[in-house]
Write a protein that binds this ligand. Sequence first.
Ligand code: S3P
Length: 169
Amino acid sequence: MVSRLILIGFMGSGKTTLGRKLAKKLNYQFIDTDTLIEEQEQLSISQIFDQKGESYFRAVETKLLDSLENHENTIISVGGGLPCFEKNMEKLKQLGTVIYLERPAKELYQRILTNIQQRPLLANKTESELLNYIEKTLQDRDVYYRQAHFILNRDQQKISDLQAIVLEN
Ligand code: S3P
């Protein structure tokens, strides 16, 4: 039985929604790294990017990882960029079972369009810039995301699929 399940994937891949539902079903705790950072910094993610810059945010993300070791029976949803900086992917894999929620760039684009303003890396982009950015960034991040213990395509991302991974591993 998996005690710590970690969901990774690009912005808009559904990590938080799925993670929250799964935690409820399994009676696990749910943690979202962006929410933890917002609480810790008393600022929204957009405000952190604006006021302190991306590298500050990345340093906070990396530091946060070390504090997650004490959580048992927990589903952790991590910010889309977190696995792709420092040795974070290695650390995540030591922390628990890592699942990559994979989705094609065009689908992520459609899902992201509705709440682009809350995402500092995407705000102020035109629709065509947004699609280009997603395609390029997804390609750059692929090498990190693919190191996950499990890679689930969009047809394998039902609660029952994830529940089976938790129960059988
Ligand atoms: C980011 C993803 C966001 C958030 C920040 C940066 C990224 O999290 O951490 O805006 O670099 O992909 P979500 O993936 O939960 O949207």
